[in-house]
Design a protein around this ligand. Sequence first.
Ligand SMILES: Cc1ncc(COP(=O)(O)O)c(C=O)c1O
Length: 383
Amino acid sequence: MTSPSFDLDAVRAEIPLLRTHVPLNNCSQAPQSRATRAAADAYLSSWNDTGMDWDAWLTETDAARSEFAALIGAEAEDVAVATSVSQATASVASGLDYSGDRHRVVASGAEFPTVGHVWLAQERFGAEVHWVPARDGRVRLEDYEAVIDERTLIVSACRGYYQSGFKQDVAAIADIAHARGALLYVDAYQTMGSETFDAVASGADFVASGNLKFLMGIPGIAFLWVRPGLADRLQPAITGWFGRDDPFAFDPTRLDWAEGARRLDLGTPPIFAAFVARAGMQWLNRIGLDAIGAWTSHLGQRCVEGALERGLTVLGPTAPELKAPTTAIVCEGSHALESALREQRILVSARGPVIRLAPHFYNTVADVDRALDELASQMRITG
Ligand SMILES: Cc1ncc(COP(=O)(O)O)c(C=O)c1O
């Protein structure tokens, strides 16, 4: 593969930062595009010109919800709008009952800390958290088999491991969880927007993602898909007026639940972020996740091969089917290296003992090679 199936030059022209920088930190914050900038401007203009336009603003929030649903092949009514993955996870966790025999939460050691923290906070309500270890940048299916049992209420397994880019087999984990009567919660933040992901077919019961990584958006908004029919069994203690059947009934004495995933909506929606989120996701939907996934996988492989050619050590599995676009290179002083590369206008992301290179659909092979050359040379200087 030498080029993607979409017009890469046209895509690149939409991202002003590319004139001056090589952004390879999409596992952390993707760059601004003309579309997301225009969407942010549209909200600011609407606010400035009309003072208040709540009907249109709420419509925009629903449009973002629909755009996320389209990305994962789902219906908008099965998507809740949250403000962060932490909040989405906490809302789900607060809707579960830990008082019976089935009170265990099984979480992978690859979860982003915030997700682990939410589950641990449920121990006060009777939950017992058990861990499936992450070893060598990956988590093994047999370790899920060993820990999930008939006392397991829910399994929490990210799709992409933030540290190494390792991609878990969600369908296989769902099979193990469901065979023992447990639910499956998937934090897909590290892969969402970089690959085709069919929520229903994945077998997951919940799928969450924030917006500022491969979804090309900003902080302040996240989305939570709930398997059709499941939301109506949840009464989350973390709730708010937008989770009501009619938020505008203004009756503080009545806790009526909205149908479907909307019952997991919370307070005033993250409207400003929704404007931006919609625009970013709309762009991805237009280009198509199949095409994006093919190119990001190619660039991810280039990261692996280029790193190994330069004598660098890659954390975790290197086979394309086991990897998000993110490649983690083991190094000393990752934060100093991130800063050194930033001075060369190459944006990468340090996490503990690794530097992560996370190309997206707008990146080129030359971007990857340039970053690897600079990284290898900096590592020789500082090592
Ligand atoms: C996989 C994953 N989940 C969750 C988070 C944090 O989510 P939030 O800050 O929206 O709670 C991150 C942030 O980097 C992440 O990589």
